[in-house]
Write a protein that binds this ligand. Structure first.
Ligand code: PBG
Length: 323
């Protein structure tokens, strides 16, 4: 035998020497869930280790992450049911919980990179990502709401705007809205290929944002499709996106690779709530080694081609020095 690949695996030093994929704090983005009130830190039942945080706790959490070298955060709000309406009006109101949270983080920690989620569902009484009329999700009317929301986020200090709604044309609409208002430096991280996935379940519990009727299949993508992701990615690139995101991550590693092979923009991947919950549940039962499972998952997502990974594991992997 001339080729014995095992020679390159014979010691730790050599294994590290030929290692192809690296994970570091700079690749990670931590999603954080915000709730109204003071001194509130409520664990999400289906996501052990993930909390709904009031703004005071949010600031403490951001500070401890910054000390670990984790500098990018994606914010999501848990909004009082009484404040929701058909048009997500509260989302761009000056005193909205979400906008207060952005301002609070940027005032205390200007070096933190704040990524904001643009979509109607956390603020919508219908629990959908668009305006609902006669059971239909309206596209172009929704763009106006998304534009107002994105502008409010920019005015509050967001560094990156991340539209997660899957309406057609939203990246271009938001880009123009930002540019027309002087925010040419605000980036857009587009959820380009976002699938209608069962893996969002725990997140919808965390936000109380589940659709009140039907599902999201008329706007989120069919899990059976790969080529369609390229159509979405190409449109977002033409419309001015700075990052292309694939979501979920683990069941869609092929899509991450495909998008990365076809575009020169950096690709982000969202290791979603259901992926997190599966690992935590199995680890709690002693069925999986948590450290090895988590680092293997994150490495696989990087290997597939993602530059940035949004993951609820971001803080624990650094705290425990797993990476
Ligand atoms: C919707 C949105 C979803 C997530 C973030 N924003 C999915 C959905 O409810 O359709 C999911 C994140 C996760 O599961 O971790 N705007």
């Amino acid at each position: 035998m001339l080729q014995r690949p095992r020679r390159n695996r014979k010691s730790e030093v050599i294994r590290e020497m030929v290692k192809e994929t690296y994970l570091s704090a700079s690749n990670l983005i931590l999603p954080l869930i915000i709730t109204e009130g003071d001194n509130k830190k409520i664990e999400v039942a289906s996501m052990p280790g993930v909390y709904r945080l009031s703004i005071d706790h949010l600031l403490r959490e951001v500070e401890s992450c910054l000390n670990l070298g984790l500098k990018a955060f994606d914010l999501f709000p848990n909004i009082d049911e009484a404040l929701k309406d058909k048009y997500a009006t509260i989302s761009y109101h000056e005193e909205c919980l979400y906008l207060r949270a952005i301002r609070a983080i940027k005032a205390r920690f200007p070096e933190a990179c704040v990524i904001t989620d643009v979509a109607m569902d956390p603020y919508s009484s219908d629990g959908h990502d668009g305006i609902v009329e006669n059971g239909e999700i309206l596209n172009d009317e929704t763009l106006e709401v998304l534009g107002k929301m994105a502008l409010a986020h920019a005015r509050s200090g967001a560094d990156i705007i991340a539209p997660s709604d899957m309406m057609d044309g939203r990246v271009g609409y938001i880009r123009k809205m930002l540019d027309d208002n002087g925010f040419t430096n605000i980036s857009i991280m587009s959820y380009s290929a976002k699938y209608a996935s069962a893996f969002y379940g725990p997140f919808r519990d965390a936000l109380d944002s589940a659709p009140k009727f039907g599902d999201k299949k008329t706007y989120q993508m069919n899990p059976a499709n790969q080529r369609e992701a390229l159509i979405e990615a190409a449109l977002d690139e033409q419309e001015g996106a700075d990052f292309l995101m694939v979501k979920p991550a683990l069941a869609y590693l092929d899509v991450i690779k495909l998008v990365n092979d076809h575009s020169n923009l950096p690709v982000a991947a969202y290791n979603v709530s259901g992926e997190y919950a599966m690992v935590k549940a199995a680890a709690q039962k002693g069925w999986l080694d948590e450290r090895r499972t988590i680092t293997e998952i994150l490495t696989s997502i990087r290997r597939a081609g993602a530059s940035a990974i949004l993951t609820y594991h971001a803080k624990e992997v650094l705290e425990n020095r797993w990476i």
